[in-house]
Design a binder for this molecule. Structure first.
Ligand SMILES: Nc1nc2c(ncn2[C@@H]2O[C@H](COP(=O)(O)OP(=O)(O)OP(=O)(O)O)[C@@H](O)[C@H]2O)c(=O)[nH]1
Ligand SMILES: [Mg+2]
Length: 272
């Protein structure tokens, strides 16, 4: 996943990564969430964003996704898309997104690795660090190193990460300088990504993350099934009006009412 503010050069960077992956013969899929600027290949926005230079390559699939208009939210839609792309045989799946809202946090949970893309001279570097963004990245990319201030930003990021790592006792996260536009520093980044993944695999962190993800998914499915089951048995939709009236009349209170309904359900069905 590449995460970073609008215009940080995420798509340009993804473009560089695609090139490397294709050289290795790997198939790549990209989901860009709410892109405000087109991919560097010069593509059209909307739900058909595609990098022109890869559009004839069958091993590359690129789509943009609006964060609105998805039942269950964009994170659920993205999760489904990732599963389908994985099943379709894509070796590498990249999600590009901005910001750090709840949606992004949910999307991050889908990812094995998060590249946080920062750029010098945006004025919000320190602010971003304060806002907890630093907790999120696995690898930090200072893009647009051809611009002034990249080295200083790198030092600042390393300083903040140093404090974080001292508290958690974790190994320092890699901080790399790159210029996606000039295709510089990308080989080093790819190496850092592979190193990170190898280490995560060796320490079991990778497995743990996948396990957590599966646990959450199973729990979610379980909750929604239980909810649906109760809905059918208690006919909540049809009875809700009457229940609310009895609460308003002072005959019962929300918890009492629900507990008595659930108790009756359990007894009638001889669940306990
Ligand atoms: N100078 C310089 N410009 C760059 C670099 N990388 C990207 N850019 C330029 O920055 C602009 C934005 O790049 P994008 O790749 O579209 O940025 P993005 O982060 O994907 O933007 P959104 O999808 O809108 O959030 C483009 O004009 C790029 O050419 C770089 O390393 N150096
Ligand atoms: Mg983009």
């Amino acid at each position: 996943m590449t995460l970073g503010p609008p215009g940080a050069g995420k798509s340009t960077l993804v473009d560089c990564l695609i090139k490397r992956e294709r050289k290795q013969g790997r198939r790549v899929a990209v989901i860009a969430i709410d892109p405000s600027s087109p991919f560097s290949g010069g593509a059209i926005l909307g739900d058909r964003t595609r990098m022109q230079k890869h559009s004839t390559d069958e091993g590359v699939y690129i789509r943009s996704m609006a964060s609105r208009g998805h039942l269950g939210g964009v994170s659920v839609a993205t999760g489904d898309a990732v599963k389908i792309l994985d099943a379709a045989g894509y070796d590498t799946i990249i999600i590009e997104t901005i910001g750090v809202g709840q949606t992004e946090v949910e999307i991050i949970e889908l990812c094995d690795i998060v590249l946080l893309v920062l750029v010098p001279g945006m004025g919000d570097e320190i602010q971003a660090m304060k806002a907890g963004v630093m907790e999120i990245g696995d690898i930090f990319v200072i893009n647009k190193k051809d611009r002034d201030g990249a080295d200083r930003l790198k030092t600042e990021v390393e300083y903040v990460l140093g404090i974080k790592n001292a508290l958690t006792g974790e190994e320092p996260n890699p901080v790399l300088l790159a210029s996606s536009k000039l295709d510089e520093g990308i080989d080093e980044l790819v190496e850092a990504i592979h190193d990170y993944l190898k280490k995560a695999q060796a320490t079991g962190r990778f497995e743990e993350k996948r396990r957590d993800r599966l646990e959450k998914e199973v729990y979610k499915i379980f909750s929604s099934k239980v909810h649906a089951l109760l809905n059918i048995h208690l006919d909540i939709e049809n009875n809700l009006g009457e229940w609310i009236s009895s609460i308003l009349n002072g005959e019962t209170a929300p918890y009492n009412l629900i507990n008595s309904k659930l108790n009756r359900f359990v007894k009638e069905n001889e669940i306990i």
